[in-house]
Ligand binder design. Structure first.
Ligand code: ZN
Length: 146
């Protein structure tokens, strides 16, 4: 924040930290569990982060003893939105991204869940972002489950 301030970039509302939203993340996460949208995954980072996750843990029974992450079950639906700079953006999550992590083995909520809740809780209706984020489609998928 000091760097932003030094660059003359100032915020027009109270600064909100993600730690202030933890109870909302947890409630949303529990809703995803209750809706059977997520599952436990024991894959290591080496074989789960580099490639599209094939969902091989979907049917596994994972005990509480082993460390596990939580993944969202993606499907063949096409998710789309209109971007003022790039036009209509469409993605099919299961083939382009695979089942993505929503809660890490370290029990930290992943960006994909946090950004959805942060935007909702702050009333964000318009997002300006760089091109690398425009393809971050998994979080748009989560919107469909609340
Ligand atoms: Zn797995």
């Amino acid at each position: 924040m000091y760097a932003l301030d030094a660059l003359g970039l100032h915020w027009d509302a109270e600064v909100v930290y993600q730690r202030q939203h933890l109870e909302y993340y947890e409630a949303a996460f529990m809703q995803l569990i209750n809706n059977n949208v997520v599952y436990r995954c024991t894959c290591s980072r080496n074989n789960s982060e580099a490639l599209i996750c094939p969902g091989s843990c979907r049917e596994k029974i994972v005990s509480d003893v082993m460390p596990y992450a939580w993944r969202v079950k993606t499907d063949q639906r096409t998710i789309s939105f209109y971007d003022e700079g790039h036009g209509l953006i469409q993605h099919t999550l299961d083939t382009q991204y695979g089942d993505f992590i929503i809660k890490r083995k370290e029990r930290l909520f992943a960006y994909q869940l946090a950004i959805v809740l942060d935007n909702y809780l702050q009333g964000v209706t318009y997002v300006m972002c760089d091109c690398d984020v425009i393809n971050s489609m998994p979080n748009k998928f989560i919107y469909n489950h609340f």
